[in-house]
Write a protein that binds this ligand. Structure first.
Ligand code: NCD
Ligand code: ZN
Length: 453
């Protein structure tokens, strides 16, 4: 991929996790070289051949987003999504880095399969895709995958595998999950856990015909407790995916407190993510969309009390990152009950409206949750901030642009948004990857840029 010679982004509001100030940014060879505060003399005559993008008004320049959790369905389910459509959706949502889950066909459970995917994504040159490796062969929960044979640490031998996960399914056997955690520690990468192995209480509730919202809560809480206990013994870095119940939030908060008092001999890191849909929506939305069809997702949308607990958790750092769990499906699959929402193209607007515009978080803190913090979880020190030596992966946002979610305009093949028709304020207008513009919004006639309501 050719890197752009030079890009000057002039007179923007610059926001990342450590700053919110007016200024300009100079990118050269794909890397941020300089950040100039407003009023500083730009040494334009000394800059080599370059392109200029002018800011102003309500335009904000932020680091591109980093997604810890997406499903691109490639290989195996091109009717739902492909590497190409998923990547286009990602850059349209402001993402420069996306971790893709392994529940494809075939399952990504070997280095060779992961490498093929990674090479194809790199050829597209739109953003950085990172495949996870599944924990067990074929995600069948019986035998550990190739993770058992790899040489560690992975950041030296295979730095493009920054995470392991069996997402889409929990590993039911405690013993196998514990072994996987030990391998992840040996390999020096986080293991992302999909917590829904319910245990006997959930099974009883199911058998007694209790509703899904009842037993799925028991499942998540039980599985989170189990993962925290196993992680405490195995040590290493365990990451909890899509936290959705207030009880799980409490368990994670307590485990983090305990870890701080006594980190353990081998080093134990615990991180957690929440999705935009669990932070912004509740079961009322699922019900309106159809609990068993368009509103179905794993874990399910929960109560207002759960949502408030999640918001508190992103405010106090119990939840470290916001990840989409982008899960595209066809209309047919949704009508047959496939769980999941498409989310890459609406995540920033939803979070900005619900968290920033409602004064629950600053834009700087949202940037931390969607860029710098997920980058840190993956061990990347080169992205997620606007500072010299960081990658020129950025997005331009208009915090006042008014638009409406129209799934038929999504780049994603998955039109299964939980918020079709939602009026939004705040939009990603441009995505820059390694100093090159890879996405520029075409504002439809029903959109306007300027002062919103
Ligand atoms: C996931 C998918 O579609 O891959 N769906 C979801 O609702 N999160 C799988 C899963 O976690 O069930
Ligand atoms: Zn998922």
């Amino acid at each position: 991929m050719s890197l752009s010679p030079g890009l000057l982004l002039r007179d923007f509001r610059l926001v990342d996790e450590t700053m919110d100030m007016p200024g300009s940014v100079w990118i050269e060879q794909g890397i941020i070289r300089d950040v100039f505060p407003q009023g500083a003399l730009l040494p334009e005559t000394r800059l080599p051949m370059h392109q200029t993008i002018q800011g102003g008004g309500t335009l904000v320049l932020m680091p591109a987003l980093v997604d810890l959790h997406a499903h691109f369905r490639d290989p195996g389910y091109p009717e739902k999504e492909t590497l190409e459509s998923g990547s286009l959706a990602a850059v349209a949502g402001g993402y420069g880095t996306v971790v893709c889950m392994a529940n494809t066909k075939p399952v990504i459970d070997t280095l060779a399969k992961a490498r093929t995917l990674k090479k194809r994504a790199d050829t597209l040159g739109l953003m950085d895709l990172y495949p996870v490796l599944a924990l067990t062969q074929g995600m069948e929960g019986k035998v550990l995958s190739e993770i058992r044979c790899l040489k560690g640490p992975l950041h030296e031998s295979e730095p493009w595998i920054p995470m392991l996960s069996e997402d889409g399914k929990d590993v039911v056997s405690d013993d196998l999950l514990y072994q996987a955690m030990q391998e992840a520690r040996r390999l020096g990468v986080p293991l992302s856990c999909h917590c829904d192995a319910g245990g006997p209480e959930a099974e009883e509730a199911k058998a007694a015909g209790k509703p899904r919202e009842f037993w799925s809560r028991i499942e998540e809480n039980h599985a989170t407790q189990r993962v925290l206990e196993l992680a405490w013994q195995a040590q290493g870095h365990v990451h909890i995916a899509h936290v959705s119940t207030k009880e799980s939030v409490d368990l994670i908060r307590k485990a983090k407190g305990r870890r701080q008092e006594k980190p353990g001999p081998l080093g134990f890191t615990l991180t957690a993510e929440a999705t935009p849909h669990h932070l912004c929506l509740t079961h009322g939305t699922a019900h309106a969309l159809g609990d068993t069809t368009w509103g179905r997702v794993n874990p399910p949308l929960r109560t207002e009390a759960d949502r408030q607990a999640l918001i508190q958790a992103v405010r106090d750092g119990t939840i470290d990152a916001i990840a989409t769990d982008h899960a595209p499906h066809t209309e047919r699959d949704k009508l047959q009950g496939a769980p999941g929402f498409t989310g890459l193209e609406t995540s920033f607007a939803l979070c900005q409206m619900e968290l920033v515009q409602q004064d629950r978080l600053s834009l700087s803190r949202l940037s931390s949750l969607m860029s710098a913090s997920p980058a840190r979880i993956l061990g990347f020190t080169d992205r997620g901030r606007i500072a010299p030596t960081f990658r020129g992966d950025l997005m331009v946002v208009d915090t006042e642009a008014v638009w409406q979610v129209n799934p038929s305009l999504f780049r994603s093949r998955g039109k299964n948004s939980p918020v079709p028709g939602l009026p939004c304020r705040g939009r990603v207008l441009m995505t820059i990857y390694q100093g090159r513009v890879v996405f520029e919004s075409f504002l439809s006639p029903d959109s306007s840029s300027g002062k919103g309501k």
